[in-house]
Design a protein around this ligand. Structure first.
Ligand SMILES: NC(=O)c1ccc[n+]([C@@H]2O[C@H](COP(=O)([O-])OP(=O)(O)OC[C@H]3O[C@@H](n4cnc5c(N)ncnc54)[C@H](OP(=O)(O)O)[C@@H]3O)[C@@H](O)[C@H]2O)c1
Length: 296
């Protein structure tokens, strides 16, 4: 079994890179190895290594910059997975790919299910949806895990921004009208490996019958303000020195950013539970686990 992992240095990719090598002939790559915005580079790497399983954890993830860099966002998030999926279909390989709550428009207050209408409200979401559609229509054996609000002990993410800001300022304003489930990169990586183990590493026939789109996030829900409050409370318990005294909830309209954000990012986890018997932990338990790692 030969496995190619892209996005080796990313949040989810770096956790996968720690979990996978023992299992297989493993090649983990990042931008230094080849450029996923270049179709020829992708083909050259795939034809050279000939993986049985491709795990695509690379993406253009800067949501606000995507508004200005539409072409690059689409090259990375739509064309690259399309090329990988078409290669997988032609070479009897399997593709595992990651997607996002941003494919939904954020309306209502019910958890989204995988068959709901996808209507992204920003360029990043549009580009990710185009990738999902290309993978789904490629004919390749595939698994798409749609996740939300990813953070880790390293990398650029909300947890690390809050810890840095909370150490410098006594007052912070954080949006409280966007609701979702903060999800650690390590949780997504371990669910991925669990599914791969259950399916004999994405055995092509298994994913043809049992694959498709699945939500994969922590259970429970909160707002960014609720997440920030939990970060400060749990970090303080672990001896982190913080200046923050006032955490003020604000609306999205009081925090203008280039890309619109969905208000409702709740993802139903029923399909993950019924098809793979996987129950994910509550977001607050996962946060404690990541903070334990950070302050160990
Ligand atoms: N972050 C979130 O909140 C979130 C939420 C929902 C879904 N997701 C999805 O989850 C997946 C993983 O996200 P993540 O947060 O782990 O991503 P990340 O930390 O931003 O990592 C992305 C990786 O892609 C690589 N990359 C970027 N441009 C590249 C290029 N042109 N060629 C080759 N590699 C390139 C990056 O390399 P460099 O390090 O060299 O830039 C990095 O290793 C993505 O599909 C993302 O859309 C993320």
């Amino acid at each position: 079994m030969k496995v190619l992992l892209t996005g080796r240095k990313g949040q989810i990719g770096s956790h996968l890179a720690r979990l996978l090598p023992g299992f297989c002939d493993f090649w983990a790559v990042d931008q230094d190895d080849f450029d996923l915005s270049d179709t020829r580079d992708i083909f050259a790497a795939l034809d050279g290594f000939k993986p049985n399983l491709i795990i695509n954890a690379a993406a253009y993830t800067n949501v606000d910059s995507a508004e200005k860099n539409r072409d690059l966002a689409f090259a990375m998030n739509a064309n690259a997975p399309k090329v990988m999926a078409e290669w997988a279909a032609d070479n009897a390989a399997t593709l595992v790919h990651y997607s996002t709550d941003y494919v939904y428009d954020g309306s209502g207050d019910e958890p989204w299910v995988e068959t709901d209408l996808t209507e992204p409200i920003n360029v990043y979401g549009e580009s990710k949806l185009a990738g999902d559609i290309a993978v789904s229509e490629s004919g390749a054996s595939h698994l798409i895990l749609r996740t939300s609000w990813i953070y880790a002990a390293s990398g650029v993410n909300f947890l690390r921004s809050m810890l840095a800001l909370g150490a410098q300022r006594d007052t912070l304003k954080v949006v409280d009208d966007q609701i979702g489930a903060p999800t650690s990169a390590s949780l997504v990586a371990s669910v991925t490996v669990d599914i791969l183990n259950q399916t004999k590493f994405g055995g092509i026939e298994t994913f043809k019958t049992k694959g498709g789109v699945f939500h994969c996030a922590s259970s429970g829900e909160t707002s960014w303000h609720g997440f920030a409050a939990a970060i400060f409370e749990e970090a303080a318990k672990r001896g982190c020195s913080l200046k923050i005294k006032n955490l003020i909830p604000i609306s999205s309209s009081e925090y203008p950013v280039p890309a619109a954000r969905p208000a409702n990012s709740r993802l139903s986890l029923d399909k993950l539970s019924s098809d793979f018997q996987t129950e994910t932990p509550h977001w607050r338990d996962t946060l404690c686990h990541v903070l334990d790692e950070l302050f160990a």
